[in-house]
Design a protein around this ligand. Structure first.
Ligand code: SF4
Length: 919
């Protein structure tokens, strides 16, 4: 009935051209389903075989074009993230659990009331690059065509909207001209603002394989040295914000060397001489570029030589370029160089935007951005009329809506009264996130469609709706190379969790739009989306998948990955623009003259550092999924700030101690990692921690809201900041089966472990003494403890029936005993009374090999063990792999292994836990 969620599609059982050998999966195992990874924009194919206990065995799909069977550490651990412990299973209205029918009635009634009282523009939708294309399509159609609000934006605004704007300025459409195979066909790969080794690991592995086999050169342009730098032939650690000068200088150098292609420029482009003139003003000589970018002249010259002398060059750009108040100009500065040389759309040659999220591209395709209408169409009268007729939409919007930062400012100002957040966590991820929390509190209606029962945004919701999660829903996603792949369900949704498209359609029916939202399956939605893409297109619009229209349910189930445009009667398209054919009115690409580079806000005496933000290798966004996989927290378990050794020494910041990092917008308490890969004057902090798993590490709260004028993307990489030591008398950690919540902590960060939970913390000595404090924090059981007042040490353990339940260590410095052996004691069924004192010594009587911070999460191999093996003569990846297994599965740890076994001292420190002192 209407009040019940539609049953999910059964696991796809349709035939595949390359059927999988079932014996690989074990006798009696349910056959695997072909789907795609829900994390990054690489869009790897995944094989998932339900294990019968709610989980799944996960492998890479050998037939998927993105990854050919490989998965990185995050993808490999997907099977560990499927538990129901944190899931939202039922609708909640005003704090009370309810059923679908009353919850959906409330959503519709309250939206209707706000629309009647304040107009449709008082309603906004904030969507996510995690949504499937079909979900995105329905949300956009409901808002822009039927409710009549243009305020639909997405967290992709924070991710790659500068690439969208740059593509549209240059090509007339949001088109990535290249495909992944070009990374293997190139002779030079330039990575700009991209820690691909950690953020697009499978593409990085493809590049490194080509580098090893064919000697492909890699240039890495990034203010900080990262794991990506380990596989680069040239590292350009430029000053933040100066990318535009570097690429303008390249355009000038190419013109001076007469390497531009006058034929292509004349036939297929406009604006070259204006752009070159502008570039000459910004970057007249190589030495001027070097001075402006803070680089050595010889390094800049080498980059220009390599680019000039290598016809097959792919330039990849990512958030380091996009997340900038001049992100769009930076994108166009890169594209200018490719257009000028005709190196675009050719095998092994062209610009390639690496998208952050799994379906940011799908969101772009349906119109999930506030400045797009639908199917890559904008808001011209002709486009609006076309979409209105196709949808038979009664309330089609007349223009663009508010982009993310402006949308939340409108909420704070009371102009937007109702917000529906789907699959994202703006209270953590948006700039000035503390203000975002304040804005959410002002809403008359906050609806949150979520997988999890609790996150920083959902805790403020008036209505929470349980959405089906990865593995439970069917649809499509588009990766960074325009490849559309199916995601397929292989688990039944728990509770009454339902697909987003179903939830939205049910609300649409209650709002009186039932006829336009009568979908019975995602296949029907995909069909409509495909037909709209081809509607009155005739080759005029890049996004066209009309060839995929008209699929039966079975045809949709067996749909193979394809690259758009896939026009009716034609094949899919691997590359575009090699012969012109741009989507501007005259079919010519546009060179863009870029503005003089500047940061949105400069450093000052009060804010002498620039705070850079980004991702780490093994976590995804706000950790609501990856945080559930214990092994993914063994690589980096705590929020941290990286700082150059000179800055750290000047400010008295020690490795592993705590620091308060502040900006004009907020502050955080973070573990100090002294890292020679940082530029002096720069700080780096990861974006993943939230109020759910840390005391003060919501980095979004520190980020400024300054945005790019074309894309609206915030400058998340360069917020003026200061850093100072945090004074606390004691540091500690707790290991426990159930999460401990000790009182009085100045700082804490929690992570999952195979046995339960790890809590790192710091505090001042409690007034009532350590024993009373520990007793209140720890579970009941047989308690043993050790105190040394002169050394300011306190340790306690609780056992039940001989089994270790919880353990807690406190000391005066961050140098605490290594936790490896202690963690292993949770696996013991019983610890003999005579051995229990070893728990308090934090080490066994017999010496063990120290593991150190985990580098290889697949085989749980630590840095200390790798370093010891290297010292014993294992100095190649191969021999390390044979000796320890490290690096032989997903390969995500290879850059760090290379760093540890290399002949030189590490170029970038990636030690992730405080240095451990002997117990
Ligand atoms: Fe998933 Fe890793 Fe592939 Fe990205 S590279 S899609 S996170 S497996």
């Amino acid at each position: 009935g209407e009040g019940q969620p539609k049953a999910p599609a059964p696991p796809a059982s349709a035939p595949h051209p390359n059927p999988l050998p079932t014996e690989e999966w074990g006798e009696g195992t349910t056959p695997p389903v072909r789907t795609t990874c829900p994390y990054c924009g690489v869009g790897c194919g995944v094989l998932a075989a339900p294990d019968g206990n709610g989980g799944a065995i996960i492998k890479g799909d050998p037939d998927h074009p993105a990854n050919a069977g490989r998965l990185c550490s995050k993808g490999s651990a997907l099977g560990e993230t499927l538990g129901l412990e944190t899931r939202l299973l039922y609708p909640i209205v005003d704090g009370a659990r309810t059923h679908w029918a009353p919850a959906l009635d409330q959503v519709a009634r309250r939206l209707q009331a706000i629309r009647a009282a304040h107009g449709p523009e008082a309603i906004a939708f904030y969507l996510s690059g995690q949504l499937l294309t079909e979900d995105y399509y329905i949300a956009n159609k409901l808002a822009k065509g039927f409710i009549g609000t243009p305020h639909v934006d997405t967290n992709s605004r924070l991710c790659m909207s500068s690439s969208v704007a740059g593509h549209r300025r240059a090509f007339g459409a949001d088109v990535v001209p290249q495909c992944y195979d070009d990374l293997e066909l190139a002779d030079l790969v330039v990575l700009a603002g991209s820690n691909a080794a950690w953020c697009h690991p499978i593409l990085y592995q493809r590049i490194q394989t080509a580098r090893g086999e064919r000697g492909v050169r890699v240039v890495n342009i990034d203010p900080r040295r990262t794991a990506t730098s380990e596989g680069a032939d040239l590292q350009l650690s430029l000053e933040p914000g100066t990318d535009g000068v570097l690429w303008s200088g390249l355009l000038v150098a190419l013109a001076e060397r007469r390497l531009i292609d006058p034929g292509i420029i004349a036939a297929h482009t406009q604006g070259f001489f204006e752009a070159l003139w502008g570039a000459r003003r910004l970057a007249p000589t190589v030495s001027a570029v070097a001075a402006a970018c803070g680089l050595e002249t010889r390094d800049v010259a080498l980059f220009y030589d390599w680019f000039a002398g290598t016809p097959r060059v792919v330039s990849c750009y990512s958030q380091g370029v996009n997340q900038s108040a001049q992100g769009t100009d930076k994108v166009n500065a890169i594209i200018n160089c490719h257009l000028a040389t005709g190196r675009i759309g050719r095998p092994g040659s062209g610009p390639l935007s690496l998208t952050g999220q799994p379906n940011a591209m799908g969101g772009r395709e349906v119109g999930g951005l506030a400045n797009m209408l639908a199917a890559h169409m904008g808001f011209t009268p002709a486009e609006r009329d076309r979409v209105r007729r196709f949808w038979d939409a009664p309330n089609l919007v007349t223009g663009e809506g508010l982009k993310a930062v402006a949308m939340f400012e409108a909420i704070a100002a009371g102009r937007i009264k109702a917000l529906w957040v789907m699959g994202t966590n703006p209270a953590v991820s948006l700039p000035r996130a503390d203000d975002v929390r304040g804005a959410l509190a002002k809403l008359e209606l906050l609806i949150v469609s979520e997988n999890v029962a609790s996150n920083d945004t959902a805790t403020q919701a008036h209505i929470s709706l349980p959405a089906a999660a990865w593995g439970e829903k069917d649809g499509t996603v588009t990766n960074s190379e325009r490849c559309i792949s199916r995601q397929r369900a292989f688990l039944a949704p728990p509770g009454v969790a339902s697909p987003d498209w179903w939830i939205l359609s049910q609300v649409a029916r209650r709002l009186g739009f039932g006829r336009a939202f009568s979908y019975r399956s995602p296949a029907e939605i995909f069909d409509e989306h495909a037909r709209l893409s081809g509607f009155e297109n005739g080759g005029s619009r890049a996004f066209d998948i009309a060839a995929a229209a008209g699929l039966s349910e079975a045809g949709y189930d067996t749909l193979q990955p394809f690259q758009w445009p896939w026009r009716a009667g034609k094949s899919g398209t691997a590359r575009l623009f090699a012969d012109g054919g741009f989507f501007t009115p005259d079919g010519k690409a546009r060179f863009v003259s870029i503005a003089a580079p500047r940061l949105a806000t400069s450093v000052s005496d009060a804010w002498p550092f620039l705070l850079n933000t980004g991702r780490i290798r093994d976590q995804w966004h706000t950790m609501t999924r990856t945080g559930l996989a214990p092994r993914l927290s063994t690589h980096i378990a705590e929020p941290f700030v990286e700082i150059h050794p000179d800055d750290a020494a000047r400010l008295g910041l020690e490795q592993g101690a705590l620091a308060r990092v502040s900006t004009a917008h907020g502050s955080a308490i973070l573990r100090v990692l002294v890292n020679r890969g940082q530029r002096p004057g720069l700080l780096f902090a990861p974006i993943h921690w939230s109020a759910e798993n840390s005391s003060d590490a919501r980095i979004g709260a520190l980020v400024q809201p300054a945005t790019d004028p074309y894309s609206g993307q915030p400058e998340a990489k360069a917020t003026p900041a200061r850093i100072e030591p945090l004074a606390v008398s004691h540091y500690g950690f707790a290991l426990s089966r159930r999460r401990l919540v000790p009182a009085g902590l100045t700082y804490w960060a929690a992570a999952r472990a195979s046995f339960g939970h790890v809590l790192h913390f710091a505090l001042d000595a409690p007034a009532n003494g350590w024993p009373a404090w520990a007793r209140a924090a720890m579970p009941e059981g047989d308690r043993i403890s050790f105190a040394d007042a002169s050394a300011r040490l306190y340790r306690a353990a609780v056992l039940r029936n001989g089994r270790l339940e919880a353990l807690l260590l406190v000391g005066p410095t961050p140098k605490l005993p290594a936790p490896d052996w202690l963690k292993s004691q949770f696996d013991q069924l019983s610890i003999a009374p005579a051995d229990r004192r070893m728990l308090l010594a934090a080490r066994p009587i017999a010496p063990t090999i120290e593991e150190g911070p985990i580098v290889c999460v697949c085989f749980q191999v630590g840095a200390a063990r790798i370093a010891a093996a290297a010292a014993a003569g294992h100095r190649t990846l191969e021999t390390i792999g044979k000796a320890l297994g490290a690096g032989t599965n997903c390969g995500s740890c290879v850059p760090e292994i290379l760093r540890l076994i290399g002949p030189n001292r590490p170029a970038c420190e990636t030690v992730r836990e405080p240095a451990h002192a002997p117990a």
